[in-house]
Design a protein around this ligand. Structure first.
Ligand code: GDP
Length: 460
């Protein structure tokens, strides 16, 4: 079992605000001794006599030396994030002060917190379930409206409630069927097979909806993978830079120099697009570039959206039609984007308007019609599905457990169809329960917990 027993006997300390210089820094302690340890070095009043949810001004001293004037916030167990005694010390935001205060607390008897240990304690002390704890990490790292909403909804319960409820009903069935095992001679049926089948089908629906939501969840969390495809010098880097509004990719006058993939993210209308800048669309004799080209194809296939970019001054209709044909065969949604409109080329523009009226004309270099391009991008990815109130699964661990749950539930149904013996039925139900429990943390192992919380930062 876990080395960390609950309630925890040791008191942990860490910086809760980012490293570096800020106006203030917050150092957090959690554990039974946290108030006493701070009180030992705090001058102003007796913190152990104060109520919870109060703030106190004073100075932290080591011997005669004043380290800083601080504000101390007290949260008494169980009314705190970790459900333990929590103290937050707000100091001036110098890294020297922060180091001094943390060292002082360690000398008093606190222990430096491990990554995610505050959240882990909150989980182990029953503040929330595992899926909600993981959402805390997602929330901290969310950088768009869509990912923020997904994390927020999960932190507030999300699908945990739904799953916990159905799981409880399934546990009931499992125990009834196991009870029947004790009465094999008498041919009793405590659990109605009809009701069990209904429950399993209901669970399967929920589980399958959540599994389906993962594609969307993944995109919300990691961004819509987007490729800008086009031959050398079409203006791919320039467009990416224009969209990013800063010079991140190397813009070059020499054809074919953009050989490496440059991934960058931009937020369009609350959705993150992960741009993958690519080295060219067509085969070439230059070996380095040819490698780039085959990688390009791979990347293009894995994209959710392709911007097909071509230079109005340097492309003819035959070429464009051939590229469009190629892209249509690839099966990934794409936009036809004609670049360098500032260069003119009336004839090609007319032809494009006639043959491909959905072409978007821009100038990446002159930053013309980029807003129009952004609108079209949003249209193509169908923003509506990002705005649904439905809970979405964004976590690969949950996705795995849901898939295993689904398989086990299907086994239960097959078992019911084939009227297998009770012990087999009970086993399949128990297996479904196990995988469901993994999501909310009713079933955990040390490895699993260590793996989840090590991804948090220290102080969280
Ligand atoms: P890439 O090889 O597709 O990444 O193309 P680059 O972004 O390196 O651009 C190739 C050249 O085209 C550079 O000299 C850019 O300055 C130029 N360029 C890009 N966009 C425009 C534009 O809208 N108008 C004009 N006139 N030149 C552009």
């Amino acid at each position: 079992m876990s080395q960390v027993i609950s309630p925890h006997e040791d008191t942990i300390v860490a910086l809760a605000t980012p490293q570096g210089v800020g106006a203030i820094a917050v150092i957090r302690l959690s554990g039974p001794q946290s108030i006493q340890l701070v009180n030992n070095v705090f001058y102003g009043k007796d913190l152990e006599k104060q109520a919870g949810h109060t703030i106190h001004f004073g100075s932290l001293r080591e011997g005669e030396k004043v380290i800083d004037e601080v504000l101390v916030s007290l949260f008494l167990a169980p009314r705190s994030f970790t459900k333990e005694n929590v103290v937050e010390i707000s100091t001036h935001g110098s890294s020297y002060i922060v180091n001094q205060v943390i060292k002082l607390m360690i000398r008093q008897g606190a222990r430096p917190a491990k990554p995610g240990e505050f959240t882990q304690r909150a989980f182990l002390n029953g503040q929330f379930d595992l899926a909600q704890a993981e959402a805390v990490a997602d929330l901290i790292h969310s950088d768009s409206e869509a990912s923020h909403q997904a994390a927020m909804s999960q932190m507030r319960g999300g699908f945990s409630g739904e799953i916990t409820d159905l799981r409880a009903q399934l546990i009931h069935f499992a125990s009834m069927i196991e009870l029947e095992l004790d009465f094999t001679e008498e041919d009793v049926e405590f659990a109605s097979r009809e009701d069990l089948r209904n429950l399993v089908e209901k669970l399967l629906k929920v589980v399958e909806r959540l599994i389906d939501s993962f594609d969307l969840g993944n995109v919300i969390k990691n961004g819509v993978p987007t490729v800008i495809a086009g031959k050398p010098n079409a203006g791919k880097s320039t467009l990416l830079n224009a969209l990013l509004n800063e010079e991140k990719a190397i813009v070059s006058e020499i054809a074919g120099t953009t050989r490496d993939f440059i991934e960058d993210e931009i937020n369009i209308g609350g959705v993150i697009f992960r741009f993958i800048d690519t080295a060219g669309l067509r085969d070439t004799t230059d070996t380095i570039e040819a490698m780039g080209v085959s990688r390009t194809r791979e990347k293009m296939k894995s994209a959710s959206l392709i911007l097909y970019l071509f230079d109005l001054g340097d492309t003819d209709m035959i070429e464009i039609n051939r590229d469009i044909n190629l892209l249509e065969n690839l099966g990934v949604p794409f936009l036809k984007v004609a670049n360098k409109i500032d260069k003119g080329n009336k004839q090609l523009i007319n032809e494009l308007n006639r043959l491909h009226p959905d072409t978007i004309f821009i100038s990446a270099g002159k930053k013309k019609h980029l807003d129009l391009l952004k609108d079209k991008i949003l249209e193509l990815v169908n923003l509506d599905k990002f705005k649904t109130g439905n809970t979405v699964v964004t976590n690969i661990r949950h996705y795995d457990s849901l898939n295993r749950t689904r398989e086990s539930l299907l086994d239960v149904l097959t078992g019911l169809d084939q009227e297998v013996s009770n012990d087999f039925l009970a086993m399949d139900i128990r297996r479904s329960l196990h995988y469901l429990g993994e999501i909310t943390g009713e079933i955990t192992t040390d490895d699993l917990l260590a793996n989840i919380f090590s991804k948090f930062c220290i102080g969280k």
